[in-house]
Design a binder for this molecule. Structure first.
Ligand SMILES: Cc1cc2nc3c(=O)[nH]c(=O)nc-3n(C[C@H](O)[C@H](O)[C@H](O)COP(=O)(O)O)c2cc1C
Length: 177
């Protein structure tokens, strides 16, 4: 048994799973802001934080985005969604790779915070698909310098996702490959 000073944090990490079905229960703005605070606590190279966020609550827009993206149909059921956006010009060395890494960290923080708050969420892909990037950028009126990175639908889960332990000792190397 591993010792930790905050077992609940580890439990949230191990419990988190993609949730794709949501109830009708609304999600308060304060809760969305907690998710965004978690996102902004993510690490980024050289403390250069190359992310922006768009909160979408409008049902019509959620439906429309669901219809235009592959594998994002659950957006139409969600109470809200967060579009994580990459701003490469704000990233370390102005490089898109650093923006992508930072936005990935921010996204995982949103997913973990959602689990901790009893919400369901899932990463739905935009980047690196050029058609999806163009579609979302156009629909949400985003400047060309900003890359819509993913959309995370948020809602209260209808049921609990089954969690299986994915720990695999065979993919761990000690000291050398
Ligand atoms: C880069 C990336 C893209 C993903 N794109 C989608 C997507 O478009 N639609 C979707 O339903 N899930 C998407 N997912 C979620 C994965 O399917 C999910 O994380 C994976 O099946 C593992 O399941 P878990 O999240 O429940 O652990 C994506 C995850 C990542 C990291």
């Amino acid at each position: 048994m591993t010792t930790t000073t905050n077992p609940e944090t580890i439990s949230v990490i191990l419990r988190r799973r993609s949730v794709r079905n949501y109830s009708d229960k609304p999600v308060d703005d304060e809760v969305i802001l907690q998710l965004l605070r978690a996102a902004m606590s993510a690490p980024a190279a050289d403390r250069q934080f190359p992310w922006k966020f768009i909160v979408i609550r409008d049902k019509e827009m959620l439906h429309y985005l669901a219809s235009g993206l592959p594998s994002a149909e659950m957006l139409s059921e969600a109470a809200a969604a967060i579009v994580v956006c990459a701003a490469p010009q704000d990233a370390f060395a102005g490089r898109v790779e650093y923006a992508v890494m930072a936005c990935s960290c921010a996204s995982e923080n949103i997913l973990l915070a959602a689990e901790a708050l009893g919400l369901g969420a899932v990463w739905t892909a935009i980047y690196p698909n050029p058609e999806s990037i163009e579609f979302v950028r156009y629909e949400l009126g985003m400047p060309a310098s900003i890359i819509p990175f993913n959309i995370i639908p948020i809602g209260y889960p209808i049921c609990e996702a089954p969690v299986t332990d994915r720990y695999d000792p065979d993919i761990i190397h000690w000291e050398e490959w």
